[in-house]
Design a protein around this ligand. Structure first.
Ligand code: SF4
Ligand code: SF4
Ligand code: FES
Length: 920
């Protein structure tokens, strides 16, 4: 700690910080541009000048850039000094010389850091009268808009894109006062983190193009604290709504999870909420049976829309008449909705809706996270690890934000080298220059090359069983008591021993694996490495990647597999089914699902998307998406987090009958049991859920109860300047109804309520503080800039290592042997197009690569195929025809089948391949 004296007041600060960081953490305002808490200082913009004095008697002082000046004990500085203020005003005037001053038409306006800093410095009149430099803009693809004339040359964009996120296709071109930030030629930005440019850029150069389509100023958006539903990482988001549409998603700061950054799937994949074809009223499909026997084909005779009571009556009648009703839950639905479904159908009749193999792996991952001796780390903890071993996960595609965290961990070698030389970690350019290509040890074992390969000390591309064997060998070299695979070749032996040494030499080794390859042996191998480290008393962490937003939660809640549910229907054991937010056709083979659903006498589906499963239902109940509901998810870290309703859909569209799934299911239960309806609140459901499942007990405290108040006030969902609030429905009626009332959360659908920053709270709908309208306002909510939220980061952790000794897995796979006439079909995660919901968003569709199989060059030669030629993959009755991509890294005898390609593949299976086009 150090004492600094700022404008006559004394403060205790962290002596390792720079002055800017320290002052901002104290709540003092200094304008800045090029510094970013996640990226450190480069001293490029000269905006953060303050006066520093030698001692208490020095009246002269000297101007220093506060972001480049280390905190020194007993330092005297002045932010308010006239010379410092004049310097800062001049700097911003220079920076703005070529700026177009087009705030009224600029999409950044109203949440622009440049606007805020301009006001803060007092620069309010333009003296420059000459011609401005102008640039051509580029088409950067479906996500990012480009308006280069607004650039103030702070270099944050390239520092984020290249240095932080590892992108190679965005750079700085030119010199002097004519520097251009863009691609060397027009084209889609390749980085899966490109969306962060919209928040990193302090002005309106890079803007959210998906927002431009239906642009609304920040102050006119309604927000709620939410959690990304597009994968299992659990990034915190701040979605903004206007007129019943989600207009954009911005990062919501979480000190342990996503900090300042999201991936592009999470940021731009929200379009499914706004789809016009969404079910918005209950639907009833009259079916006519063809044939007298159960299970004989039925056809839909017609679909009619229903009112809520009618829909509930018909659904309840159907379920009451069924001999046995089962429920199929969903890993993309909240814990509360799954719990209510389980309550409706009974424990013995509840399926998680997850394929058997995937469920088996999820349950195993929970066991490993509690029983192998190493904790499941947050992303912040991952960033602190100093040796990383990844087994079987292509993280950019399966857990993108985690890949970004691992990049920081591996690159942190530069900070370690700098620390040895007394260079502070925030001195970004010095650290980068010193580090050059130095990285912490990083080993990656996957079937294909990945975007993280460039950081790796060594990669290993092999079939899943061989990846597992490498892992088992590593465990053995860490602890000889761990079993060693037989017949290891010299290369694998040498690599395993090298990885073991690196993990043992590290202070905080990290093992990463997951379920993407559908192979238990890969997980067990990762578990053995973790156990071996724990037994050798190495601190460390084990991170296991799950696929969907609530995969972890559902596996903790428990239930049968989807295969069980389909078999129940197929065998006639059950003849009624309630399906919750789950398109069964993306998880199981179409013929199997068809056969099961055809035998059901009553199918009730709840969803917010019109899916193939929805089309098969007798009664379809329109469910709320994440944006219209509250609930709890459990991330892959094991963190239970609450997401809150952003808007009430029936307020803008009175004809809609959308309800939260848990609310529908409660109403259905009441109807089936012919009880009278008692209103149910989220707090009651959450409490009941927490009491029912011991593993989920702490999840009851994951969010704020509806009774939470700040100074007696609810929390505002809308900024204070929210306009047009009395005319939101003027197109429908001149008399404005009362704003919707929220009995489930402390948030109000209104600008009335607490929206400040002074009172610490965990759940912040949108970042705003006086004078701070941009995402930089998060500074005001943190215990120190870039640290944790002052009230603590949201969520509670459910998975932690339990005490005890740990047995090694001892069933080891044999070496992978290619077959002569079959190929091992292996699932392949993919970021864009690999999940059920964001794939329905147009910008994501525009960003998706063509869906292709992956084959090795050797296999392609054998099949006489070239890249782009089509191939049919036969798995028994199932077939899929796609073009082929040839990869030099991919193992022979294996074929990669992308997720969501039309052929659900929960685990590797042997397949016959039939080339449709062969080389002449
Ligand atoms: S484009 Fe934005 S982030 Fe990049 S240098 Fe210009 S102002 Fe800074
Ligand atoms: S990493 Fe996952 S949770 Fe985070 S923003 Fe991307 S899709 Fe969402
Ligand atoms: S913020 Fe200090 S020089 Fe840019």
């Amino acid at each position: 700690m150090a004492t600094i004296h700022v404008d006559g007041r004394d403060y205790e600060v962290d002596g390792a910080d720079n002055l800017l960081h320290a002052c901002l953490s104290l709540g003092l305002d200094i304008p800045y541009f090029c510094w970013h808490p996640a990226m450190g200082s480069v001293g490029a913009c000269r905006q953060c000048a303050v006066k520093q004095y030698k001692n208490a008697d020095d009246t002269q002082g000297m101007l220093v850039m506060s972001c480049m000046a280390p905190v020194q004990d007993d330092a005297y500085i002045s932010i308010e000094d006239d010379e410092a203020k004049a310097f800062r005003a001049n700097v911003i005037e220079w920076l703005m010389i070529n700026h177009p001053h087009d705030c009224p038409v600029c999409e950044e306006g109203g949440h622009c850091h440049l606007q805020d800093m301009t006001v803060m410095t007092g620069h309010d009149s333009r003296r420059y009268r000459f011609r401005k430099r102008t640039h051509q803009n580029q088409d950067l693809g479906p996500f990012i808009g480009h308006e280069m004339n607004r650039c103030i040359t702070c270099y944050r964009c390239v520092r984020f894109y290249q240095d932080y996120a590892g992108g190679g296709d965005l750079g700085a071109f030119g010199a002097h006062d004519n520097v251009y930030f863009g691609r060397f030629q027009e084209g889609t930005l390749e980085s899966p983190f490109s969306g962060n440019l919209t928040e990193v850029c302090p002005t309106g150069v890079f803007t959210d193009q998906t927002h431009s389509e239906h642009y609304t100023r920040k102050w006119d958006l309604q927000f709620a604290p939410s959690v990304c539903h597009q994968c299992a990482v659990g990034c915190n988001i701040s979605p903004g709504e206007r007129y019943g549409d989600i207009r954009r998603i911005e990062n919501r700061y979480h000190g342990e999870v996503n900090h300042y950054f999201l991936c592009d799937r999470g940021r731009f994949g929200y379009g499914y909420v706004n789809r016009e074809d969404r079910p918005r009223v209950p639907e009833w499909r009259e079916r006519q049976r063809v044939g007298a026997e159960p299970g004989e084909t039925s056809v839909v005779a017609g679909t009619i829309s229903l009112e809520i009571d009618d829909a509930l009556d018909r659904a309840a009648d159907g379920l009451r008449n069924a001999r046995r009703v089962i429920g199929i839950g969903s890993p993309r639905a909240s814990l509360e909705s799954n719990h209510m479904l389980r309550t409706l159908v009974g424990n013995a009749n509840f399926s998680t809706g997850i394929a058997a193999r995937e469920l088996e792996l999820l349950v195993r991952m929970n066991e490993l996270n509690t029983r192998c001796g190493l904790p499941s780390p947050s992303l912040r903890e991952i960033e602190r690890c100093d040796a990383v071993f990844v087994l079987g996960e292509d993280l950019i595609n399966s857990a993108a934000r985690m890949a970004l965290a691992i990049r920081q961990a591996v690159n942190a070698k530069g900070e370690a080298l700098a620390a040895e030389r007394g260079i502070p970690s925030w001195n970004a350019e010095a650290v980068k220059t010193l580090a050059q290509e130095a990285h912490h040890p990083f080993f990656l074992a996957t079937p294909d090359a990945t975007e993280l390969d460039a950081l790796a000390e060594q990669t290993y591309n092999a079939a899943p069983d061989d990846i597992a064997r490498l892992g088992f060998a590593v465990a053995h070299y860490i602890d000889p008591e761990a079993p060693c695979p037989d017949a290891l070749d010299d290369v694998t032996t040498a690599l395993a021993s090298r990885i073991a040494e690196a993990l043992m030499a590290a202070q905080r080794p990290l093992v990463v694996s997951g379920g993407s390859l559908g192979t238990p042996a890969v997980l067990e191998a990762a578990g053995n490495v973790a156990r071996a480290l724990a037994r050798r008393t190495r601190p460390g962490a084990l991170s296991l990647v799950r696929r969907e937003a609530n995969s972890t939660g559902l596996s903790l809640l428990g239930g049968q597999s989807l295969d069980w549910a389909l078999e129940c229907l197929n065998s006639g054991e059950a003849d009624g089914v309630v399906i919750l937010e789950n398109d069964l056709y993306v998880r199981a083979e179409a013929g199997q699902v068809d056969a099961a659903l055809q035998r059901a006498d009553c199918i009730v589906t709840l969803d917010h998307q019109r899916t193939a499963t929805w089309d098969k239902a007798d009664i379809g109940l329109p469910a709320a998406s994440f944006a219209e509901s509250d609930g709890t998810l459990v991330s892959l870290e094991g963190r239970a987090q609450r997401f809150y309703q952003v808007f009430e859909p029936s307020y803008i569209r009175p004809e809609t009958r959308i309800r939260e799934s848990w609310r529908w299911l409660n109403a259905l239960k009441v109807s089936v049991e012919r009880q009278s309806m008692a209103p149910l609140t989220l707090d009651e459901v959450t409490r009941d859920m927490a009491m029912t499942y011991p593993a989920l007990a702490p999840a009851g405290d994951a969010g704020l109860s509806a009774a939470y108040r700040v100074h007696g006030l609810r929390l505002a969902r809308e900024p204070h300047r929210y306009s047009g609030r009395t005319a939101m429905r003027a197109n429908l009626d001149v008399s404005e109804p009362r704003a919707p009332q929220d009995a489930d959360t402390p948030f109000a659908f209104s600008m009335e309520g607490y929206a400040g920053y002074a009172e610490p709270r965990r759940e912040v709908a949108f970042a705003w503080a006086p004078g701070w309208n941009s995402p930089q306002a998060w500074n005001k909510f943190q215990d120190e800039v870039g640290g944790h939220l002052r009230a603590g980061d949201p969520g509670v952790r459910l998975l932690g290592p339990l005490p005890g000794d740990y047995d090694y897995a001892r069933t080891l796979p044999a070496r992978f042997a290619a077959h002569d006439d079959q190929w091992l079909a292996v699932p392949q995660a993919r970021l864009f197009g690999g999940d059920e919901t964001s794939t329905r968003a147009e910008p994501i569709q525009a960003r998706m690569h063509e869906t292709r199989f992956t084959l090795s060059r050797g296999s392609a030669e054998r099949l006489r195929m070239s890249s782009g030629a089509t191939l049919t993959l036969n798995l028994g009755e199932r077939q899929l025809t796609l073009p082929v991509e040839i990869s030099d890294a991919w193992p022979d005898g294996v074929i990669g089948v992308p997720d969501q390609s039309g052929l659900p593949l929960a685990e590797p299976e042997w397949a016959h391949l039939e080339p449709q086009e062969v080389r002449a």
